[in-house]
Design a protein around this ligand. Structure first.
Ligand SMILES: [Zn+2]
Length: 67
């Protein structure tokens, strides 16, 4: 069988954050929204060492124009 993915599905393009990673110092911090089985999260994460700077539940994005 296939292993479970370690991350929820990335549903948004990465958004560069103007901040260095406090753990490894890399300027590779990105924020993005993801959705998992419980709903939406906004995650701020270093793509170099994978340190999670911030992760919080958010309301689902508005779906204006979608019936
Ligand atoms: Zn890092």
């Amino acid at each position: 069988m296939f292993p479970q993915p370690t991350e929820p599905t990335v549903a948004e393009p990465l958004e560069a954050v103007d901040s260095d990673c406090p753990t490894c110092g890399a300027a590779a911090v990105f924020a993005y929204r993801v959705v998992d089985y419980r709903g939406w999260l906004r995650v701020t994460k270093c793509r170099s060492c994978l340190h999670v700077l911030d992760s919080r539940r958010i309301r689902p994005p508005s779906r204006s124009g979608v019936a």
